[in-house]
Write a protein that binds this ligand. Sequence first.
Ligand SMILES: [Zn+2]
Length: 284
Amino acid sequence: MIQLHILHAGYCTCPEHIAIRGGSRTHIRFPAMFALIEHPRHGAMLFDTGYSYRFFDATSKLPYSLYRHATPVTLTEADLAVNQLLTFNLRPRDISRVFISHFHADHVAALTDFDRARSVYLPHAFDSVRFTRGLSAVRRAYLPSLIPSDFDSRAAPVDMSRPVHLPPEYAPFTRGYDLLGDESILAVELPGHAHGQMGIFVRDDSQTYFFVADAAWQGRSIRENRLPHLITNLLFPDPKAYRETLGALHSFHQLHPSVKVIPSHCESTLRECVAPPRAESIRP
Ligand SMILES: [Zn+2]
């Protein structure tokens, strides 16, 4: 049976009303969630990586420094994914796969640390950013230097020509991808926020989790089908798809309220899920 640990590595801040319409002007924390998935046969795997110190190197100069100014990041040594994994007796080389929701810097900043892991992602997620540099990359929240130099040799893009039909317990999602071939981790496309954004369903011995990355920034957005600020239409590659995806997540939540839906940056959602020692660091 899978063991799941929901963690985060660092956080940035942003006014709440940008993240969700009707929110306050107060700056709130956006923890950079990552999950440790321990699978009985496939070993230890991650969903995303959170921030790493490489984010600061990658944003030290213009135009990439614009990214850091837009979302100021707080990160300590103890926050780093590699250091948190030590508490599970795991070294970086023990990680067999990293499931990448999308290639925004706060999701892939520690990728280079996991030098034996295969990267699993929807192909168009990387195709859409692979050759972008400079301002065009910053506009896509993509920092090319975060991608390991041997990325291609360890890349394992999802074969989208082999979708699986999802049973009613995943409605309204009907089309997924069986990432390990044993139905333990099912991926779905969550378009709108970034090209090829991937969400995954994972079940441990007591609970089904649906990691939805940045398809919503707040759990409340999903519960109330509440969009972020209009300005985000300028940031998202496909605002219409974003609205449709959020609507689908809202329907999913209504149909299956027992499933824990986890947006990557919702502090209150993560606080409910994070193991007690780590919860200390995200308490306001
Ligand atoms: Zn993102």
